[in-house]
Ligand binder design. Structure first.
Ligand SMILES: *Cc1c(COP(=O)(O)O)cnc(C)c1O
Length: 416
């Protein structure tokens, strides 16, 4: 595509184009940050009204049963399962990634300890999202049994680091910074061949790329709903545990929602059968209800169609940046190979932070990640080819005029 008209023609031919109408999009904004916080589905506002008005306001306490509040984590889990290659009753929507990771990693370590107590290493990547590493560090300290976190500096060192002393490989499928994606099936196979368990973080995968957890024979997975799944700021995450592992061990956050019969009010904890034992306490129902609005849009299409458009959008973006912004010092850090990248694209620039602030001031919203990375997320449900064209033209203008040099663009907020 060499001009704006061709981008418009691609939009007219786009089989997913109509789904854009199911989202509320800010006027005058090109949003390339749906990988960090998705946009609101149009149904969300009315759903929030209904939960607050009819269900909470009128139904009151009865709504735990009559409005299905209590069943929501499992019911939404079954909808989400379809996007990640999971079966019914293998996913619950609940808590945050960090909390779910604590539960899943604890369960995985216990399971390994019963099989082979000599294994004391958790493997991950230094470039993993820090919260994942912090949770592993916190759990290791809490267990106080000589566990160790082994971090590799480059994805190419991962396989060699997973050897006979490893209990669990805790891997993020798509890297939050570079967009690099692992081959889940091949890596899980290697992890199993070394006798370890595979725990996957799907933060930048769920709703972004096709995932087949059962096909890959993975052991545990966690993810969130506020990024590509459009659940809203701070909406609850999810945890996946395949049936074969569900009843093997319970997780340590043994709150009453994970009890076999919570309203017996029994002083002794007995875990629920199945995935229910991965719940802990009372859930944020207003926020969780909105997760369903996002999932319901996804269920009108499929992840293969979304992936086709995602690759077309990202290919188009890379090509345009590399031709139209060639002389301005941007370096692609995302792999070009389709099989090795997710749905966001990152470029390094020595003044990445300032350039991104200047872009945002012009209505093109991406984000910045240390060090030097301009990150652009591509969400096929509501992005058009013409948005890609216009975003790159704005980027070119910001770089060509050096408007990013204005002092206000160097100021930093608490969230970048
Ligand atoms: C976004 C993200 C998180 C965020 O964790 P929360 O507990 O939901 O705040 C964790 N891990 C990865 C890999 C992420 O991309």
């Amino acid at each position: 595509m060499n001009d704006r008209n061709e981008a418009l023609a691609a939009d007219r031919a786009d089989p997913l184009a109509a789904l854009r109408e199911q989202f509320t999009l800010a006027a005058g904004t090109i949003y390339l940050d749906g990988n960090s916080l998705g946009v609101p589905p149009s149904a969300s506002a009315a759903r929030a009204q209904a939960v607050i008005g009819a269900e909470w306001g009128e139904g009151l306490i009865r709504s735990w049963n009559s409005a299905g509040w209590f069943a929501m984590p499992k019911r939404l889990g079954n909808k989400l399962a379809k996007l990640i290659g999971a079966a019914d009753d293998e996913v619950v929507v609940t808590d945050t990634i960090s909390i779910n990771l604590f539960k899943a990693l604890s369960a995985a370590l216990r399971m390994q300890n019963a099989r082979d107590p000599k294994r004391r290493v958790i493997v991950s990547e230094r470039s993993n999202f820090p919260s994942d590493l912090y949770i592993a560090q916190g759990l290791i300290e809490q267990l106080d049994r000589g566990y160790e976190l082994r971090l590799v500096d480059d994805a190419s060192e991962l396989r060699a680091a997973i050897r006979e002393d490893v209990a669990v490989a805790m891997i993020t499928h798509v890297n939050y910074r570079t967009g690099e994606m692992h081959d889940m099936r091949a890596l899980t196979e290697h992890i199993h061949a070394q006798g370890a368990l595979a725990l996957w973080d799907l933060a930048h995968s769920a709703g972004a790329v096709p995932v087949d957890l059962n096909g890959a024979n993975a052991d545990y997975a966690v993810g969130c709903t506020y990024k590509y799944l459009n659940g809203g700021p701070g909406s609850p995450g999810f945890v996946w545990v395949p049936r074969r592992h569900q009843d093997a061990f319970s997780q340590p956050l043994s709150g009453w929602w994970g009890h076999k019969s919570p309203f017996e009010m029994n002083p002794v904890y007995r875990p629920d059968n199945g995935i229910g034992r991965y719940l802990c306490g009372t859930q944020p129902i207003v926020s969780m209800a909105l997760v369903e609005c996002g999932l319901d849009v996804f269920l009108q299409t499929d992840m293969q169609a979304i992936r086709r458009k995602s690759l077309a959008l990202t290919d188009f973006f890379i090509e345009l940046v590399e031709t139209r912004c060639k002389e301005y010092g941007l370096t692609l850090v995302t792999p070009r190979e389709h099989t090795q990248r997710g749905s966001h694209v990152s470029f390094e620039h020595p003044h990445g932070y300032e350039v991104m602030q200047a872009l945002i001031a012009r209505g093109v919203i991406g984000d910045y990640r240390e060090p030097h990375v301009l990150r652009f997320g591509f969400t096929p449900l509501y992005l058009r080819y013409v948005d890609v064209w216009d975003a790159v033209e704005t980027l070119r203008d910001v770089l060509a005029t050096e408007s990013w040099r204005k002092p206000e663009f160097a100021e930093r907020g608490a969230v970048t």
